[in-house]
Ligand binder design. Structure first.
Ligand SMILES: Cc1cc2nc3c(=O)[nH]c(=O)nc-3n(C[C@H](O)[C@H](O)[C@H](O)COP(=O)(O)OP(=O)(O)OC[C@H]3O[C@@H](n4cnc5c(N)ncnc54)[C@H](O)[C@@H]3O)c2cc1C
Ligand code: FES
Length: 299
């Protein structure tokens, strides 16, 4: 199903259990307008990846595109014995690599390396609100499945995440046809709240306005996890700061290597002594406390 070798790059910051794998496309189907779900057969990756981590992907045997592109874990599948055997990710077609992915037939080999990045930790308190925009919803399915006790992730057994009393999943897209994988999130214990710019499904307007309703309610979120377009994450970070609610964001900064070697992905992060320094989104992120980030246009 896949050929695999350990990543042995001899570089600081490389994830200890990172692998490079030639994985086989098992499924590649439309999820929403211009959005696809791909399943890659790779037990090695499937059993290692944790919620919020990502992997890099590029074609096997082609030199264009030369650099890999990052994608977040969306789901894993098990065999009859309960062993993770494959991973799903969702992707929007925006350029060279994603166009190539959308044309991949079943059986195509894709070079992937991971797991990469820090991933999400367990949220604080008893009400997690997730705010997702565009394709930024994909990292949150494993977060939710782990919180609900439906699945555990990662090679080393990690401590169980305490189940919050409430999970609010706020997800926005420009129109109904761009909402991808909503049914996957409709699990018992998850309050799914949708928003579309044109009002074709859910709240008419921005997903941050759905968050506003939660922040104004008696059952205030105790943690917010967020991923999506930069402007949406900035607006979410601002609302959380003003409401005094801790917020973690998963950045989608373009990356060249994904494992800490090229410094193409750096972002300014506040340091304990009060100044700031650059940190690599691929190693020290992609998940950061929103208040630790120095947002380019401020919040
Ligand atoms: C940690 C992480 C996880 C990600 N997870 C996913 C995922 O699960 N699904 C998904 O669809 N995408 C995800 N992305 C974004 C994805 O990596 C890019 O869409 C992808 O690199 C585009 O590759 P391409 O060759 O098709 O486009 P390119 O030819 O590289 O670019 C096409 C156009 O898109 C712009 N672009 C490329 N990357 C980005 C970006 N990150 N932000 C804004 N503009 C960009 C380029 O400037 C260019 O205009 C993730 C990014 C990161 C950092
Ligand atoms: S992408 Fe190369 S250091 Fe982060």
């Amino acid at each position: 199903m896949s050929t695999c070798e350990m990543l042995d790059l001899g570089l600081p910051g490389v994830v200890a259990d990172g692998l490079q794998v030639a994985a086989t496309v098992l499924l590649n189907e439309p999820m929403a307008t211009n959005t696809w779900r791909m399943r890659l057969g790779s037990p090695e990756l499937a059993e290692r990846m944790r919620p919020g981590q990502f992997f890099m992907a590029r074609p096997v045997g082609l030199s264009d595109p030369l650099l890999g592109r990052p994608f977040a874990l969306f789901d894993t599948q098990m065999d009859e014995s309960g062993r993770p055997v494959s991973i799903d990710f969702g992707y929007v077609v925006v350029g060279k690599l994603t166009r190539w992915l959308s044309q991949c037939a079943i059986g195509t080999q894709v070079s992937v390396w991971g797991p990469l990045g820090n991933g999400f930790g367990p949220p604080a308190g008893n009400h997690l609100a997730i705010v997702a925009g565009g394709i930024g919803q994909t990292p949150f399915l494993p977060v939710i499945r782990q919180l609900l006790g439906l699945q555990t992730y990662g090679a080393a057994p990690s401590p169980a995440w305490p189940k919050p009393a409430r999970i609010s999943f706020c997800y926005g897209a420009r129109s109904q046809s761009y909402l991808a994988g909503v049914a996957d999130f409709e699990l018992p214990g998850v309050d799914v709240r949708l928003a579309t710019d044109d009002g074709t499904r859910g709240h008419r307007g921005y997903v941050t306005e759905v968050l506003d309703e939660l922040l104004a309610s008696a059952d205030l979120p105790t943690s917010v996890f967020c991923c999506g377009p930069e402007g949406m994450m900035r607006a979410t970070a601002r609302r959380c700061r003003d409401a005094g609610v801790p917020c973690w964001v998963s950045l989608e900064t373009p990356m060249a290597c994904g494992f800490g070697a090229c410094f193409s992905c750096v972002t300014p992060v506040r340091q304990p002594q009060g100044d700031w320094d650059y940190r690599r989104v691929c190693v020290e992120g992609p998940v950061f406390r929103a208040e630790d980030l120095v947002w380019e246009q401020g919040i």
